[in-house]
Design a binder for this molecule. Structure first.
Ligand code: MGD
Ligand code: MGD
Ligand code: SF4
Ligand code: MO
Length: 909
């Protein structure tokens, strides 16, 4: 494969409209977008007419994979060529919309730089400056190489010798990757880098019974967002959120955004509040202070009956007091007697009492006292947000919540709290992220908006089944009896999950580099990034072989040179992708997956509908993902690829049986266990098991989507009056602290436990203190609506939009800050850390960024790969500035990773 890959732009494409190789219809679509009058009719533009002949070709329903949302789309295909992509209005997933990224998918399908044949490295030297010398090999050889190297490593050094990597670019494929490695090879290690949800997911589990939550947009009047562009550029269910959010905005919803950068959210908001990165907990706790101490705008009924706020806490030990007989936590009843929570008729939310000779206060009383530190004036110096702004927002939020009001839906009377506080990755990419997420999401509890109509609700906390009569696909959160707290359903496959069980009952001995057992309330095995670099630190075993599926692990964490050293250290690296991204410079063998438009997948979403925002307006939806054109050069899908590996290893039965368990396939509908898995037959198994025989895959291919309405009790978890509370005083954190400390001491390993506390706080994260005044700037990065993670700049449509955007590939800086430093738009600069690590770029000034920050899109762009020529060197990879391999940047509760690093800006003459 030559290094002179083809560089294309939209206009170049039109000019060379011979484009014969791409087929008539393709040229038609491109010409259709070209500026008017640019070309005379020729062969290509004649095909424009053909492409737009309403009778020509057919529309085939399928699923988009240009970002992780997997919207339902339709592809128009003429003579085996995709000429147009559009949304599918029959499906709630995307609601008939296709975004700019989705529409640009056509340029990915036909990108001449997409790889479709397996490759083997011939140059043994690995590095960004070394051409791997890729040589085409047969599929047979490619599979043999994977099988051989993975097996040999495991035979040599055990299951920890192999690590699998994958992330969100192909979410369901990642599940298959994980399952396949586990079942076929007994692999035990895995790595990921979703430095987005660490902390957020856990708090959402605790409060909503499921790992993803959102404002109940259609019923909400007031939304505060912390560090997210949800519903304006990003997040789960992007195309499902944009419309209801915009509709409500038109009808009066007030939108407040806390973000150091004015991205899509800040731009659309009524109020953009720039704050210093990593300080959200301080402002959130100050909002709580105003609600509790100044405005008395809190929902006492909710706090009493739906949180553990009335729990009696021993003031000496700071632990909740449990009844010896029942094992249940004690509340103080109105008659002055302490009783188990479920025997108390009128629990006291506030007060201090003597119980069995112990001085006790309620959890809420302690929470209230704890807030006294966080006055609006106190947070000002930390966050730079004026105290008056905090007071204004707190009052608006509390008043918008309509505390005390109810509403009726489908004959059920429910609390009506049309105000919600939402957050995502901006607040998690910091140390102390768990405390921050806790401080932020607790605001919903204070105003009683958690799980209320118009408030803050889980995507999919309860499912009664995909039909009225077949409960096979159903789940609901259990109850943690000792405190009556709700448990949760797991994120991807919605199986029952309980963090409390893990805290109280599990063994804390770590079994992998991710150290998950030592973090009973973490979801992310991010400690692998530290442990792989320093196996001695935690007495873990470093992996020798890595299998990277649909990810760019050189770019997804911290400093690239450090990551490159890790990758050079692996004895063998397998890459499965569509493009030779910069991580491929460290791969030994490359197996191409076909494009999403060329493949059939049994289900686009995991059964928990992880990408579907839920709500009464969005039914349970099972959409089709089928190939609309034949795969170029016969490249397989991940399902086919991993099924082939399973089959070669003689592991069909184990592989299929595990998949059956994951997707709740009933025995009678299982595909044969002794044959290689057939994807369409497996889709049949899932559909027949969870819907019925009529709705098989043939039916789905024709009808595009099966759906089933959600019921009020599936959306608002307490609609049936079921018991269940959310934690306000986190006693279980103190339990975990003791156990984590004991285990770390026993193993003789370093571990931080300061953040295991019963009430949330703000603590300074990395780079908060200014040590050297020359280094006065903090870079932040954000996501816009037209890009996906690190790979879309290769797409000529997207690249052109980024180039036309003054802030697309530049470094955005506050105009006043720039002026004070003698800098201006167009200046070429170097961002340098105190360690001397640097990245370069061109400045663009604006008023939309905090005076102490610079902002870039993505933060992991600036591709180094010559095999992605459109993307090469585009954008500014500020994450390269972040040291990634020491534990001091890690939040030891939830595995969040701090991305803040102080820099100075040097002008390059
Ligand atoms: N278009 C598009 N959609 C996507 C994706 C994509 O790549 N493109 N990726 C998907 C994935 S994997 C994810 S994780 C989600 C991400 O979804 P979001 O979390 O909504 O993504 P970002 O736009 O990166 O939002 C982070 C925001 O936090 C701000 N920020 C940085 N530091 C701080 C801070 O300390 N405090 C506060 N308050 N804000 C801060 C940034 O300026 C940025 O605006 O989107 C998903 N959807
Ligand atoms: N600086 C910075 N770092 C980040 C983030 C950030 O916003 N900025 N975001 C973080 C977050 S929240 C996340 S979730 C991760 C995301 O990290 P990754 O999931 O690693 O995302 P990408 O870096 O875009 O790499 C995706 C790769 O998948 C390939 N790909 C796309 N579609 C397919 C497919 O269908 N099949 C196969 N086999 N390959 C495919 C693309 O070509 C690309 O090489 O990054 C994290 N790291
Ligand atoms: S939001 Fe994502 S999945 Fe939906 S159309 Fe856009 S790129 Fe495709
Ligand atoms: Mo993410």
């Amino acid at each position: 494969m030559s290094k002179e890959s083809v560089s294309i732009s939209r206009r170049g494409f039109v000019a060379g409209a011979g484009a014969a190789a791409l087929g008539a219809g393709m040229a038609g679509t491109i010409a259709g977008c070209a500026p008017k009058g640019e070309k005379k009719p020729d062969e290509a533009s004649l095909s424009v007419q053909q492409a737009y002949d309403p009778e020509a070709g057919e529309w085939i329903p399928t699923t988009c994979n240009m970002c992780f949302n997997n919207c339902s789309i339709k592809a128009r295909v003429i003579d085996g060529v995709v000429v147009e992509l559009t949304g599918n209005p029959d499906s709630s997933i995307g609601r008939g919309h296709i975004c700019g990224k989705g529409a640009a998918g056509i340029m990915q399908l036909y990108d001449p730089n997409r790889v479709t044949k397996p490759l083997k490295r011939t140059n043994p030297k690995k590095g960004f400056d070394e051409d791997p010398g890729w040589e085409e090999i047969s599929w047979d050889e490619a599979y043999e190489l994977v099988d051989k190297h993975v097996k040999e490593a495991i035979e040599r050094s055990g299951p920890h010798a192999v690590t699998g990597m994958s992330m969100v670019a192909s979410q369901i494929g990642s599940l298959v990757r994980h399952t396949a490695l586990g079942v076929i090879y007994g692999n035990a290690e895995g790595s990921c880098s979703d430095i987005c949800g660490a902390g957020v997911h856990q708090l959402e589990y605790f409060f909503t019974g499921t790992g993803n939550a959102r404002p109940d947009y259609t019923n909400c009047n007031y939304v505060i967002q912390f560090g997210t562009n949800a519903g304006t550029a990003t997040r789960h269910g992007f195309n499902m959120t944009v419309e209801p959010f915009a509709e409500r905005r038109k009808n009066g919803l007030r939108h407040v955004v806390f973000d150091p950068h004015m991205g899509a959210a800040g731009e659309k908001a009524d109020l953009w509040v720039p704050l210093r990165p990593g300080t959200d907990a301080a402002v959130a706790l100050a909002i709580a202070y105003v609600l509790v101490h100044e405005e008395n705008l809190i929902d006492r009924e909710f706090l009493t009956n739906r949180t553990n706020g009335p729990s009696l806490v021993d003031l000496e030990t700071k632990r909740i007091v449990f009844d010896e007989k029942t094992g249940h936590s004690l509340y103080m009843d109105a008659d002055g007697a302490a009783k188990p929570y479920d025997q108390c008729s009128a629990p006291q939310l506030e007060g201090s009492f003597e119980v069995d000779g112990k001085q006790c206060s309620t959890g809420f009383t302690l929470y209230k006292e704890h807030l006294r530190t966080y006055t609006p004036e106190y947070q000002e110096g930390i966050t730079t947000v004026p105290a008056a702004t905090v007071r204004q927002i707190a009052k608006e939020l509390g008043e918008a919540a309509c505390i005390g009001q109810t509403t009726q839906i489908d004959g059920v009377t429910l609390p009506y709290r049309p105000a919600a506080v939402d957050a995502f990755s901006g607040i998690t990419r910091h140390k102390h992220a768990f405390l921050t997420c806790w401080a932020v999401f607790s605001l919903n509890n204070l105003i009683g908006a958690t799980n209320a109509v118009g408030g803050f609700c889980g995507f999919d906390p309860i499912c009664n089944g995909w039909t009225d009569s077949n409960p096979n696909m159903s789940w609901r959160p259990g109850l943690w009896e000792p405190e009556g707290l709700i448990d949760c359903a797991g994120l991807l496959l919605a199986f029952p999950n309980s963090y409390y069980k893990k805290v109280y009952e599990s063994d804390y001995t770590p079994t992998t580099m991710g150290m998950m057992e030592l973090q009973p309330i973490s979801e992310d095995n991010h400690f692998e990034h530290i442990a792989q670099a320093h196996p001695d630190l935690y007495h873990t075993q470093a992996a020798e072989v890595a299998l990277c599926y649909a990810c760019n692990p050189i770019k997804w964490w911290g400093n690239y040179d450090e990551q490159a050293e890790i990758f050079k250290g692996y004895q063998y690296v397998v890459g499965i992708d569509m493009f030779l991204n910069e991580s491929s410079y460290f791969y030994d063998v490359f197996l191409p997956e076909c494009c999403y438009l060329e493949r059939t997948e049994p289900l686009p979403h995991a059964s928990g509908n992880h990408r579907v925002i839920g709500g009464l307006e969005n039914p349970w939806t099972v959409p089709v993902w089928q190939k609309v054109v034949e795969p170029k050069d016969g490249a397989p899908s991940s399902w086919e690829l991993f099924s082939e590996l399973a089959s070669r290893a003689g592991k069909n039965a184990e592989f299929i049986a595990t998949l059956n368990g994951m997707f709740r396939v009933k025995d009678e509908y299982s595909v044969p266990l002794d044959q290689k898995l057939d994807v369409e037959a497996f889709a049949d198994s899932i559909l027949k098991s969870n819907i019925d025989e009529k709705h098989d895959f043939a039916w789905l291919k024709e009808h595009a989507v099966y759906d089933h309405p959600r019921t009020v009790d599936e959306v608002y978890i307490w609609a049936n009056g079921d018991p269940g509370r959310v934690p306000l005083y986190f006693d279980f954190m103190l339990e975990a602290k003791g156990k984590v400390e004991a285990k770390a001491a026993e193993l003789g390993i370093p571990w931080e436990t300061e953040d295991y506390q019963a009430l949330p706080d703000w603590k300074p994260g990395c780079g908060h203190e200014v040590v050297d005044h020359a280094f006065d700037i903090l870079p932040v990065y954000y996501t816009d609506a037209i890009n996906t993670d690190s790979w879309l700049m290769e797409n000529p449509y997207i690249n052109e939009i980024n180039e036309a955007n003054p802030y697309g590939y530049t470094i955005e800086i506050n105009a006043a800050t720039a002026a004070a430093k003698g800098l201006a738009t167009g200046d070429k600069v170097r961002l340098v850390t105190t360690e001397g690590v640097s990245v370069e770029g061109v400045l663009a000034t604006s008023e939309g960024v905090h005076a102490e920050c610079v902002a870039v899109i993505g933060g992991h762009w600036g591709s180094k790969s010559a095999y992605m020529p459109n993307a090469k060197d585009k954008g500014v990879p500020v994450v390269h500035l972040v040291p990634g391999q020491t534990p001091d940047r890690m939040d030891h509760v939830c595995s969040a990773f701090d991305q803040c690093v102080r820099i100075k800006i040097e002008k390059i003459a």
